[in-house]
Design a protein around this ligand. Structure first.
Ligand SMILES: [Zn+2]
Length: 271
């Protein structure tokens, strides 16, 4: 019984965000502008946001409330930014979200999303808040808080690959899910541009390594790439990176050739 309970708990908190390296200056946001988001998504039901501070006596909690004065409104605003990055319009097939239970907790780690079938839980660690505020730099903490939130909210609204297993047992599934979450963060100015971009590696490393690559594909191959890549999970079954690339960009493309082209273009490898 204990064993079973542990497994369930572990599985429900798999989607952790990698610790962010923080530099001095926020990058320019190059995602959808605030007015675009407001126009198309302002009436979309993002799901009810329930904010709960489970660590009100911690320093991290006090700092959080100083920089985010209306958490539920703030989380909804970021949710609309995520939706505008992943979808064309509210008429698309969108992963439904009924409720987002967002908690501040006095635990290790950064932040993670749990739950499914539209009932989402996201925690944010007050210990991480304290660490991110070590230099008393409010702008830096706000930047980190927004970036982490964009990543976790992507897990709430993104579509998932079909026919290849799940997050826990498929590296391809995992790399896509985590790569897209950081792609949405990159696309909305949630990292410090080139200085936060991991050098080398492979798209199968997920997270930022894949995320910067996906945004590069958007910038150099198709401006709707992230939306098409997200939608590919509905059309390419069983899902694969190569199948999804062909769906989004055309039969003449392959994921490995594009990765090589990207690596050359950004100067990580020689021709
Ligand atoms: Zn994640």
């Amino acid at each position: 019984m204990f064993q079973k309970k542990y497994v369930v708990f572990a599985a429900s908190w798999l989607m952790c965000v990698a610790a962010c390296t923080s530099g001095p200056k926020p990058a320019q946001a190059d995602g959808p502008s605030a007015s675009d988001v407001a126009d198309v998504w302002k009436d979309y039901d993002t799901g009810k946001v329930l904010f709960e501070d489970k660590a009100p006596t911690t320093e991290g909690s006090k700092i959080y409330h100083r920089i985010v004065t209306a958490p539920e409104d703030y989380i909804q605003e970021q949710a609309r930014t995520v939706l505008a990055t992943l979808y064309d319009s509210p008429a698309d097939s969108i992963a439904p979200v009924h409720e987002i239970h967002y908690t501040l907790e006095d635990i290790d780690g950064v932040s993670a999303k749990g739950g499914d079938h539209g009932n989402i839980s996201i925690f944010y660690s007050t210990r991480h808040i304290e660490k991110s505020f070590a230099g008393q730099d409010t702008a830096k903490l706000f930047f980190e808080t927004r970036g982490v939130l964009l990543h976790e909210l992507t897990h709430a609204y993104q579509l998932e690959p079909q026919g290849i297993g799940n997050y826990g047992n498929s590296k391809v599934f995992w790399a896509f899910i985590e790569g897209m979450a950081d792609a949405v963060r990159v696309a909305n100015g949630g990292f410090h541009g080139e200085q936060d971009r991991p050098k080398g590696g492979n798209y199968m490393d997920g997270y930022r390594t894949a995320g910067y690559f996906f945004v590069w594909l958007r910038d150099h191959k198709d401006r709707d790439f992230l939306k098409k890549f997200n939608r590919s999970t509905l059309e390419v079954v069983p899902w694969s990176f190569d199948g999804a690339i062909k769906y989004a960009l055309g039969e003449e493309y392959s994921i490995d050739a594009l990765w090589h082209e990207y690596q050359v273009a950004v100067g990580d490898v020689k021709e």
